[in-house]
Structures are given as C-alpha cells and as structure tokens.
Design a protein around this ligand. Structure first.
Ligand SMILES: O=C(O)CCC(=O)C(=O)O
Ligand SMILES: [Fe+2]
Length: 366
C-alpha cells in the first residue's frame, strides 16, 4: 500500500466534530431461500419487504442467497493474497489495460477528479462470461505478468481470474432474483424489467474488490483531537451513491460501511460475512421515478482490522435509454427525470466528484 503524501491525510480525515456513527438497529433483511420455499404468498411477502426497504433506505441485506459460503471464503482469501503482493506487482495489473481505462488496480485515487481514500482496489469489467479487465482473452490470466514472474506464477493469476468469474456468475444470478423481487414488489407485470438490463450481453456491469488496510495510528490521532470518538476518523471510500441499477456487496467480518438515512443521519452497518448487502443505484432511482432511492454510503477505516469487500455493480448497456417506467409514473403523474442514455449519464458523471449528486442534471423542472 502506498503511503499518503503530505496533506493527503487531512483530505481523507473527517472533521474532529464527527462522532462515530451508531449502528443501524434493524437492517431490513430478505431471505431468498425462505421466499422460494413458501409458495406464492411467501414470495409476495418477500417482494413487498424488498420494495419497502428500497423505498425507505435504498438498502437491505440478503440471506439464503444460494452463493456457496466456501466460494465467498476462497474469493476473500485470493483477494487478500493479491493485496499482499509487492506494490509494483499490483501496479503491473494496471499497466496491461488500455490507457484511460478505469479498469485494473489503483490505490488512494477514486475516479479521475481528485477523490482520495485510504483504499486500494481492483476494478474489473464484467462480460457475459464473467469478470475481465476488458483486454484479456479467456485463456490469459486476468492479471498480467508481474515484474517478478517467480513471485506470482501465471497459474495463480489464472486461478484468481477463474475464481472471480465463478463468483461473478453466481452473484449476477442472485442479483437478478433480487431485481425480479423488486419488480414484483412494485406490482409490475413485467417482472424482468430490471433484471433483463443486467443480463444483456453488453450490460455495463463491473466487479470491484476493495482493500482497506488498518491504520493503528488512528487511536493516537483520536487522542490528539481530544478523544470523544470524533477526531481520527479516516475515510476509506468517501460518501457517494452508486451509479448503476444495483450494487451487491459482500465483505469480510470488518466493520466500516455506513449509510445515510433519509434525514441525513449516518449509521454504521454491522458486518455479516455470510450475507450480501444491496444498494439501490441511481439508475434504479430513475427507472422507479424516485420511488426507490439510491442510498448514500461511505466506508470508514478500521484501526485494527483490514476490510476486504467485493461489489458487483449491475448496470444497463451504454445504448439503453433510461426514463421512469410509465407504469410507475401512472396516468397523469409527473415524470421526475427526463429520458437519457446510460452513455450520456456516464459521460456527465465522469466530470463530477465522488460526493456529487449526479442525477440533478436529469431532473425535470415542472
Ligand atoms: O468497500 C465497501 O464496502 C463499499 C465501497 C463502495 O461503496 C463502492 O466501491 O462503491
Ligand atoms: Fe458504493
């Protein structure tokens, strides 16, 4: 992990007045296995619960998801092994992708507009076949040859790719089940209205593997700021909403994820390594005419334990036109967003900072 340069810590430290966020007491939860086993009534109840959580928080937990726990553990271990590599070997994962591509390895810098966080990550595009950096054929290792080939044999790099592919395929399948429940919960006849966008061959989906190394000196910083749990809070990933339709997150047992409630209060989400957390993204807020809200969230760094998280972002194809679905606007209702393509949204978002509200450019005024 690269060390922070002078001045960078100040940029990612929260103001000393910010107290630690209290835990969210009742994380809304849906058990997919139970929903499937309880017939039409059970499914309808789960769909209503999902829709209610998306309206209230834009956030909920999924249990009974069917993704094997040993696959989750293998991905977590492989990710930890990747981030434990020499810095130059991790950086060489970046050098194989096209210049200007967001894919590959990066540390501290989030996006292209100066946002910093105490995080390093691997960002991968997702194709119909699984995860890739966009430049690799199915037979090549996902990660390119490191400076020291001996240290990271190509067989290891190949198996990391296979693992992330297997994970992506399983998580995308479960994501689509969740998207169908959302559509059912909204009372839509076309229950694949959201899932079909994520299943298109050219859907703009991604996989991000994040690593937040611990910062033991945080305790010391807190004392410097006079204690009280405020000073010395360092941002791993600054506050933002996710742009896509849906994000499905799984982390190790380390806390750090926080979400903003409707009134703007920040609460922390107790980690649960056997479950997934779902975020409503900006695109789904648009499709539902604002009925579902894209949740503002951030990650704070832990002083003692490293956090590893893997997030699948399900997005629509670049050519897809997004607008509130007519059945959700209702006859005579007002469409809160104008029509735009996903490509248009992305190029507008490209010019923004992480914390910006990217949807305001697409809101209708009357
Ligand atoms: O790493 C996490 O737990 C969440 C990070 C996040 O919000 C993101 O990558 O969009
Ligand atoms: Fe996010």
């Amino acid at each position: 992990m690269v060390v922070l340069a002078k001045g960078e810590l100040e940029q990612i430290a929260l103001p000393a007045v910010q107290k630690a966020a209290p835990p969210l007491a009742d994380v809304p939860e849906v058990d997919l296995a139970a929903a499937a086993s309880r017939g039409a009534e059970g499914r309808a109840a789960a769909a209503r619960a999902v829709a209610a959580a998306c309206e209230e928080h834009g956030f909920f937990k999924v249990t009974g998801h069917g993704v094997p726990l040993d696959l989750l553990a293998r991905v977590e271990n492989a990710a930890a092994a990747f981030f434990a590599l020499q810095q130059r070997d991790k950086e060489s994962a970046m050098s194989a992708v096209a210049p200007g591509s967001p894919f590959g390895y990066a540390s501290k810098r989030i996006g292209s507009n100066g946002d910093l966080g105490w995080v390093e990550y691997l960002l991968l595009g997702v194709t119909a076949a699984g995860a890739s950096t966009g430049d690799h054929s199915a037979d090549e290792p996902l990660l390119p040859a490191p400076a020291d080939e001996e240290a990271v044999p190509s067989a290891w790099r190949c198996s990391f790719r296979d693992l992330l592919n297997e994970y992506t395929v399983a998580v995308r399948r479960m994501t689509c089940e969740v998207l169908e429940l959302m559509a059912e919960g909204l009372g839509m006849a076309e229950t694949d209205a959201f899932a079909r966008l994520v299943l298109e061959d050219d859907s703009d989906s991604m996989l991000r593997v994040n690593h937040y190394p611990p910062r033991p000196e945080l305790k010391h910083l807190q004392q410097l700021h006079g204690g009280g749990g405020g000073g010395g809070r360092v941002t791993g990933f600054g506050e933002h909403t996710d742009p896509q339709i849906i994000s499905v997150l799984r982390s190790n047992a380390t806390s750090g994820l926080e979400i903003a409630l409707r009134d703007g209060t920040w609460v922390s989400v107790p980690p649960d390594q056997g479950s997934f957390f779902v975020n409503v993204g900006d695109a789904l807020q648009v499709l539902t005419n604002g009925r579902f809200r894209s949740v503002r969230h951030r990650v704070m760094v832990n002083s003692v334990r490293s956090r590893v998280s893997v997030i699948f972002f399900g997005g629509p194809p670049p050519r897809e036109t997004l607008a509130p679905l007519p059945q959700l606007v209702g006859e005579g209702g007002r469409s809160r967003y104008r029509e735009f393509t996903w490509r248009e949204y992305k190029s507008s978002a490209y010019r923004t900072k992480l914390a910006d509200n990217r949807l305001c450019h697409f809101e209708t005024t009357s």
